[in-house]
Design a protein around this ligand. Structure first.
Ligand code: AMP
Length: 138
């Protein structure tokens, strides 16, 4: 998806309406149009970058600076004691809108919004081998 067809660029440009929660020069936050829970919020850098690894760290930092205040207001408004902060980064990870964004999803005990994901243990030798490969790409 290029910038011209990007729904979040259009929201940032004021061409598509949103329920705006927060805005500064670098960042915009608004209610998700199809929430997972009441108060489900999207935070975007206004500049178009598809994914985290393509986004300059300074811009990611601007988004990160806003997380706390936005989450505090949203969770207080809906009376949620917790929230998930997540980024679906790339299609296989569930990213649909190809403009990097972060979700704040208010959560409650036993709300069944989503379950804990399946986990496993590395077989012997796998973790150090994997670490070596990761560090070779660093
Ligand atoms: P993702 O799967 O991480 O790409 O999620 C994209 C999110 O953007 C979804 O939760 C959508 O409901 C949300 N979304 C898409 N279009 C709009 C819109 N016009 N206003 C608010 N949220 C939107």
């Amino acid at each position: 998806m290029d910038q011209t067809n990007c729904v979040f660029c259009k929201i940032a440009a004021g061409q598509i309406p949103c329920y705006k929660i927060f805005e500064n020069n670098a960042v915009l936050s608004f209610l998700d149009i199809n929430p997972i829970s009441d108060g489900h919020t999207i935070i975007i850098p206004k500049a178009h970058y598809e994914s985290a690894e393509l986004c300059p760290p300074e811009i990611l930092a601007e988004a990160a600076k806003s997380f706390g205040a936005i989450a505090k207001a949203v969770t207080a408004a809906v009376g949620a004691p917790a929230f998930n902060l997540l980024c679906n980064n790339g299609s296989p990870a569930g990213q649909v809108v190809k403009h990097i964004h972060f979700h704040i999803i208010p959560r409650r005990e036993n709300d069944n919004v989503f379950a804990r994901w399946p986990k496993y243990t590395y077989p012997d030798g796998k973790a150090p081998e994997l670490l070596k490969k990761i560090l070779a790409h660093f």
